[in-house]
Design a protein. Structure first.
Length: 179
């Protein structure tokens, strides 16, 4: 197994990190904004695969952490990651790692890709919601888990599964050209 990325891999990773940024700017404001970030993360993983896709997600997050405005609302900085929605952004790394694990252990079959995306999204929701509860409680007072879920997860379930279906369809067609 190769341990080094080729130049073309680095170019694909950079373009895909930029794609995630652009998709994060397409946003409908809410407690947790509705964006196309999850679509982009699904698409990047589907197109590049687990290893390169996870690296693209990490680069996107690192760019935002150092202050480049790549997050929703053209924001950036470590404060965003430490804020109420930061756990969902960090959760994208878990989505990538789960996809990478599934792909490397069970192959690149459609069923494996979809299952890895579903599990990754659920882990992202769990981590992001736990993070949201911690930060929100510290800043504004305690809320019930059900309230947090009604703000941060339930409104996003159908849109995120629709984004996943679109990303699986598109990535299946695009990945033929990305080797």
């Amino acid at each position: 197994m190769k341990s080094k990325f080729r130049v073309v891999d680095l170019a694909y990773i950079a373009v895909c990190a930029a794609l995630i940024a652009v998709c994060s700017w397409i946003s409908i404001p809410a407690t947790v904004p509705f964006t196309l970030q999850t679509f982009a993360v699904f698409a990047v993983l589907g197109i590049l695969g687990g290893k390169r896709g996870t690296v693209a997600v990490c680069i996107y997050i690192l760019l935002g952490a150092i202050g480049i405005p790549v997050f929703a609302g053209f924001t950036g900085g470590i404060g965003i990651l430490l804020g109420t929605t930061g756990g969902y952004i960090v959760g994208f790394i878990f989505m990538g790692l789960i996809y990478w694990f599934a792909e490397s252990h069970f192959g690149d079959r459609l069923f494996v890709r979809i299952l890895a995306m579903v599990v990754g999204l659920l882990v992202c929701y769990a981590f992001g919601t736990a993070w949201f509860l911690l930060v929100y409680t510290r800043n504004s007072g305690a809320i019930a888990v059900g309230t947090a879920l009604s703000w941060c997860v339930f409104p996003f379930l159908l849109p995120d599964f629709a984004k996943m279906a679109l990303a699986v369809t598109l990535s299946g067609r695009v990945k033929k050209f990305v080797h």
